[in-house]
Design a protein around this ligand. Structure first.
Ligand SMILES: [Fe+2]
Length: 209
């Protein structure tokens, strides 16, 4: 299971409130950034999302509220990866995320492979440099370049065009990548150590009761 769309009651003002906070960042030129901000959980949309996630017993403090920002000049295929939580010297899984699309100019695709997931022995602990030039360890799909990683993974198993309308749960424990179009893109995101299958079961049981 790779994607689980959900119905979510919200209004445009709540989405615009978050867009306005971050839109100035798009004056800068950059490819990809993930920022965690505690205040996001206190915005009107953040409170609704928190309440919803807590109603299916999902711990929003595991990663906290983050925001993905992209601003590329032309269509870009991102590095295939699995999501990892960096806690001091520990690496923990982010098996799934609740993602809410705040803004995008162009369509995006999300693609997944069954081949490699969290726990797979072929995942290498690999040293990367963060944007400040400091080294950090992460779990890398075999290959020295993005192209080599795509080659290693081979044919993809699932692809979705514009999966977030505007929100849903995505599988982030399997290897995945994005194709993003040019211009600003903003995604509100909360990560969990719970598989998408388990979240699906929780939602199903909640609807029954
Ligand atoms: Fe990811």
């Amino acid at each position: 299971m790779f994607f689980l769309p959900v119905e979510f009651d919200h209004n445009n003002q709540e989405v615009d409130q978050i867009k306005k906070i971050f839109i100035h960042k798009f004056n800068e030129n950059f490819e990809h950034r993930l920022e965690y901000h505690r205040f996001l959980s206190q915005t009107s949309l953040g409170v609704k999302i928190s309440n919803y996630l807590k109603s299916i017993d999902l711990d929003t403090d595991y990663t906290g509220f983050g925001i993905f920002l992209n601003n590329v000049n032309s269509r870009t295929l991102t590095n295939p990866h699995i999501d990892v939580l960096h806690l001091a010297h520990e690496l923990l899984p982010i098996r799934s995320r609740f993602n809410f699309l705040i803004h995008q100019n162009e369509s995006f695709y999300m693609i997944w492979w069954s081949k490699i997931k969290w726990g797979d022995t072929s995942l290498a602990k690999h040293e990367f440099l963060n944007k400040n030039g400091l080294p950090y360890l992460s779990m890398a799909i075999p290959g020295n370049t993005i192209e080599e990683r795509y080659q290693y993974l081979g044919d993809l198993d699932f692809q979705l065009l514009n999966p977030l309308r505007p929100c849903g749960f995505v599988n982030t424990e399997n290897s995945h990548a994005l194709s993003i179009g040019p211009g600003p893109r903003l995604i509100l995101s909360v990560g969990f150590n719970i598989s998408l299958r388990e979240i699906y079961e929780r939602i199903k049981n909640r609807i029954r009761t």
